[in-house]
Ligand binder design. Structure first.
Ligand code: ZN
Length: 330
């Protein structure tokens, strides 16, 4: 059976997974993310060596490697426009990493003598993972939103990942939903991720607390409003705190606007919500469904588009990268 390796570069750790072509987890490990961007290649090499070691006697079955990075990636594997990895912009990372993997593949007894290598945006990888093995399985038209610090996205259309001219398609987090909104990391104002990401949940919490409308959040933050994050809002919401639930409703209303815009353009069969914010589960889902049914033209009625939760959790990106590495998804 073919084994794919998936390396997902996160803010603090690189998650490395080895999976079979049917999505069975063979091995998993984490290494520290590079302290400086210049060390990215070293960290990727360390992660690859660690996961190959864990695959052990099955290493000859490895057929490909996928890497998910928090950056736009051109179709030839060059990093482009990454607020998190600015020093690497324009670097042909795929090419450089491929030469490092060459010896590892030979030593592992790869039947083809080398491993296929794919470098892709991390949210696109998460979409690929959910499509190959998770909540989007079986849907030829799907949109997967990764709600984390920002909002990443991936679009499946006609059974393939929508790539666009340069490989940048699916950046739904930077869809402007309110031009008078907060300034975004991309330089524009009022992008969806400013209103509906995990970070936005924390910002809304602080705003409500400052306005004296969220006493429970102030309590949870031991009186220090500036330290309120999304976690406290979720904790309060789970307790049934009315203010926290209203904050979720406000965030979900923005998210529903974004989903509605996406639905008008792409007509997907399903919209899937993943990423850290999706840990809120039914609290998020029911708020989004309510807002989408109210505000979205495709939120209700016979052609309503279902909104559901992702299934792979924090492994989605690594699983998708591995799936791309062995050509299950392209
Ligand atoms: Zn933006």
């Amino acid at each position: 059976m073919r084994i794919g390796l998936g390396l997902d570069v996160g803010g603090t750790k690189i998650l490395a997974c080895a999976i079979t072509s049917s999505g069975e987890l063979v091995a998993e490990t984490k290494v520290d993310s590079p302290r400086t961007p210049e060390l990215l290649l070293e960290a990727l090499t360390e992660a690859a060596e660690a996961i190959v070691d864990l695959v052990g006697s099955r290493r000859h079955e490895i057929a490909g490697v996928g890497v998910g990075v928090p950056s736009l990636v051109t179709s030839d594997g060059t990093l482009y426009s990454s607020p998190n990895l600015p020093a690497l912009e324009g670097l042909p990372v795929r090419e450089a990493f491929a030469s490092r993997l060459h010896d590892m593949a030979e030593e592992s007894g790869a039947s083809t003598g080398s491993w296929n290598l794919v470098l892709d945006n991390d949210a696109t990888c998460a979409a690929a993972g959910e499509w190959a093995f998770g909540a989007a399985r079986g849907f030829d038209e799907a949109v997967i939103l990764t709600l984390g610090t920002g909002i990443g996205g991936g679009v499946i259309t006609a059974g393939r990942i929508l790539r666009g001219r340069y490989g940048f398609a699916g950046e739904v987090g930077h869809m402007v939903i309110d031009p008078s909104g907060p300034t975004c990391t991309c330089g524009r104002s009022g992008c969806l991720e400013q209103f509906a990401s995990g970070s936005a949940l924390g910002r809304l919490g602080r705003e409500w607390a400052e306005a004296g409308r969220a006493p429970r959040l102030v309590e949870l933050a031991a009186g220090s409003i500036s330290t309120i994050r999304g976690e406290q809002v979720l904790t309060a919401a789970r307790e049934g705190d009315a203010s926290a639930l209203a904050i979720f409703a406000e965030l979900s209303s923005s998210l529903a606007t974004g989903i509605s815009n996406i639905a008008e353009i792409l007509d997907p069969s399903v919209v899937i919500l993943g990423g850290g914010l999706a840990d809120a589960g039914d609290i998020l889902l029911s708020a989004v469904r309510t807002a989408f049914a109210r505000d979205g033209r495709r939120g209700s009625g016979p052609q309503a588009i279902p909104v559901i939760l992702a299934e792979l959790g924090p492994r989605a990106g690594a699983f998708g990268a591995a799936a791309e590495g062995i050509g299950l998804v392209s």
